[in-house]
Design a protein around this ligand. Structure first.
Ligand code: SAM
Ligand code: SF4
Length: 412
């Protein structure tokens, strides 16, 4: 149930028999910074490469928006973008100070700054550490210069390696590297070289994202016109399996479809989303899930600033989460996690066992070995991870009372 909205609607009463959003004693805080020096050829996030003169006003507006948030203990802060590493350390500090004034930032709160490798040259690490940043998430994408050029990245492989060294020398011990696979023309051996190179850099956490593009981005247009070719499904499955194997051998635990961490380094902030816990988002384009509603600020910086100045919130989307949507989302998010979906918690929260909601489909997926139950948790079996989205779509349709093709999805 998504409604276009120009201002904040009054919260609606939950449906009868539905006890409302998941119980939670703390929330995650997401801060969006929508500027990039240059737009990468594959990216369709809310970002822009102009209007940099508005940044100081934007930082002030984010602080104002923070002061209007509900007072809730915060377990993690994530500066995402765009390229938040373009902010001066003093601006990061200004935002974190506003957050500390408004919320109780819990002891040991994870505070992540998304960082482009080139920006590490000008970053004041002692000041960032003093401000509270304790985790860097670096967009490396590839350690092969051919692909970095194709992706329109500003850095080369040597630059990424030097950036990692700078983060380490700067005393920020908790480091994630983002990589992408399924790139046009990428072979298994190309991907192996990037994975091995990334593992040599010894990050604490590694995200491996399958490239997803459509014709709205330049790379997608080149693919659509036949100038570039994406690897086929079989090649993608091999690339994904290679990531699983090499990262496991190097001591990384896969805790989500696209995320691996050394023990104790799973991202607290990202777990907030997948465990369906509440989060507050501030800044243009930032999304929130709070009090049984999901809403997203306008991504248009000019409109965002005008709304904050006028004491309003300009929302692009606003959804009151009804019982069925909440149950479907809880399943979709829980099945992305390798720990799986806690079936008893699901039943407590929604007042009905999962079997009663998705009965026949669930039985079929279990019998086919696509879904497996262990210690009261339901999860997608290892060899079917790449078809997780199809599994989720089938469960969603079944829960809505629709019919699904009566056979198990293709295994990878
Ligand atoms: C929104 S970006 C911000 C990070 C930072 N600006 C950077 O690019 O280094 C976060 C991550 O999303 C991933 N990403 C962005 N666009 C993607 C796409 N089309 N397909 C798959 N992953 C993508 C990249 O790995 C990127 O590092
Ligand atoms: S991938 Fe990162 S740097 Fe590139 S356009 Fe997207 S947000 Fe900006």
């Amino acid at each position: 149930m998504i409604a276009q909205a120009g201002s904040v609607p009054a919260p609606e009463a939950p449906e009868r028999g539905w006890s409302g959003p998941a119980e939670a004693h703390s929330a995650g805080l997401y801060v969006h910074f929508p500027w990039c020096v240059r737009l990468c050829t594959y990216c369709d996030f809310d970002r822009q490469a102009s209007g940099f003169e508005r940044i100081p006003r934007y930082v002030d507006a984010v602080c104002t928006e923070i002061r209007r948030q509900p007072r809730v203990p915060i377990h993690s802060v994530f500066f995402g973008g765009g390229t938040p590493s373009l902010m001066a350390a003093a601006q990061v500090r200004q935002i974190l100070d506003a957050a500390r004034e408004r919320f109780a930032l819990l002891p040991g709160a994870e505070v992540t700054l998304e960082t482009n490798p080139d920006d590490t040259l000008g970053m004041d690490f002692p000041a960032l550490r003093a401000a509270g940043v304790n985790r860097i998430s670096m967009g490396v994408q590839s350690l092969d210069d051919r692909f970095l050029r194709l992706l329109g990245r500003r850095h080369d492989a040597a630059g990424a390696r030097a950036a990692v060294a700078r983060v380490r020398a700067g005393g920020i011990g908790n480091l994630n590297l983002d990589l992408m696979f399924g790139l046009p023309g990428q072979t298994l051996e190309d991907w192996r070289a990037t994975l091995e190179g990334a593992i040599e850099l010894e990050p604490d956490h590694c995200s491996c994202y399958l490239l997803t593009i459509d014709e709205r981005v330049p790379l997608g247009r080149d693919v659509a016109r036949g100038r570039l070719r994406l690897p086929d499904d079989e090649a993608l499955a091999e690339q994904y399996e290679l990531a699983r194997t090499l990262l496991a051998e190097a001591g990384y635990e896969q805790y989500e479809i696209s995320n691996w961490a050394r023990p104790g380094h799973a991202s607290r902030h990202n777990l907030t989303y997948w465990r369906d816990e509440p989060y507050l988002g501030v800044g243009a384009g930032a999304a929130s899930s709070w009090g049984g509603r999901r809403y997203k600020n306008t991504p248009v910086v000019r409109r965002y600033l005008a709304a904050i100045d006028a004491g309003r919130q300009d929302l692009q989307e606003c959804e009151t989460v009804d019982w069925l949507t909440a149950a479907q989302d809880c399943i979709a998010l829980g099945l992305r996690l390798r720990e799986g979906l806690d079936l008893a918690r699901f039943e407590r929260r929604f007042g009905v066992a999962l079997e009663c909601l998705a009965g026949e489909e669930l039985r079929l997926l279990r019998r086919a070995g696509v879904l497996e139950e262990r210690d009261g948790r339901l999860r997608v079996a290892d060899r079917h991870l790449l078809v997780t989205n199809e599994v989720l779509a089938r469960l969603r349709i079944a829960m809505e009372g629709g019919s699904v093709r009566r056979r198990a999805p293709r295994s990878t």
